[in-house]
Write a protein that binds this ligand. Sequence first.
Ligand SMILES: [Fe+2]
Length: 419
Amino acid sequence: MAWQRRQFLGLIPATAISLHVSGETVADVAEVPRTLLASPPVVQHPAADGFTVNVAVSALATGWVQWGRTADQLDQTAIAHRHGLIRASDRALSVRVPLGDSLPNGGTIFYRFVVQPLAYKNAYQLMRGETQATRVYRLSLPDPGAQQVTVAIVNDTHEQPQTLLALHERLRGLAPDVLVWNGDTCNDFDEQDDPLQIVLNPAKDPSRDWAAERPLLFVPGNHDVRGARARELATGLSGWPGQADLPYNFALRLGPIALVGLDTGEDKPDQHPVFAGTAAYEPYRELQATWLKSAVARPEIATAPVRIAICHIPLRGLPGENDGTSLEGYAAFSGMGAKLWLPILRQTEFKAVISGHTHRDRIDDPTPDEPITQVVGGGPQPDRATITVLRAQGQTVDLEVQDLAGRPLHRRQWSGNAS
Ligand SMILES: [Fe+2]
């Protein structure tokens, strides 16, 4: 990191800083921008034993989460570390907050994300600056045993600012318990793009949050794996803890709904020349089929009144559409995902698959051959964008696909018979 003390001193009063070297305090500090926090917090990976919070930063920093049961008593602290070393990053910080037995069935906590600049002059001369903190957020974690839940799903936002701002507004009104971002956050992550800003600060304003007070479930799209900086996606929207090989698969019980996330990957075969030997989505889809078989057998998934899967590329095509298994064109639906996953979803009586990718909303109702409804969300432009809302109450789930003004475009309802 550049050592530019004079520049730093122009930003923060020197009296506010200190440096600890071999036990002595020296007036010196890491260079730090005034706004080290470069995004709102993004909550992910809700589970009985904890949740994750990520935030983008504009310079090298460490970070931690202070949380508690009331807004004025944040008496617990979680900090990210690995083999003893506290994590630091100049892009984004990710903190897993362990709940232990303190909040086993969902509930509300209050938290703020704190960051502190870090610079190394050498191994024994580390410089720290003043901490900066987000405001205190009220986070509601979903209760797997709740009688009702609301889930909102958005897709194919492709960095469209007008659409993203409108979606943030709509979500404030809808106040869902969980938000799902069903792929294609970007057009690509090229050298000049900042993937962390695209995925953690989509409204381009750290004061505008959409997943600071509810968890975000991320499902990757084919554009999210493209470009020289695509591998930075996982720094912003990190994979689920303990799932190195299948980072974005999830099977969650959210009240009456079991929600399963699948990753359809790219829209062309792995051997397509445009990938130049960088694609391995075919074995990845096979691995997900094995995972799916065990996920749907888990008691909380098998006994849910209504099971719903989410994946970016549709699993059902319209007549004559490209299934993405040839070198011609690109997939309108994932032929390989359909072949591998649909039999498992049918066998376990999934009611619906929710997708995006085609940039045009539609519903494919069940047929004699295909008992599962397919819901396809809209596109990136404001006049094509949609928000899909699932409202579950007891044994019944109502689905409504809405436009950005909140007008209903499609409605369906499912009732479960399991309990
Ligand atoms: Fe797509």
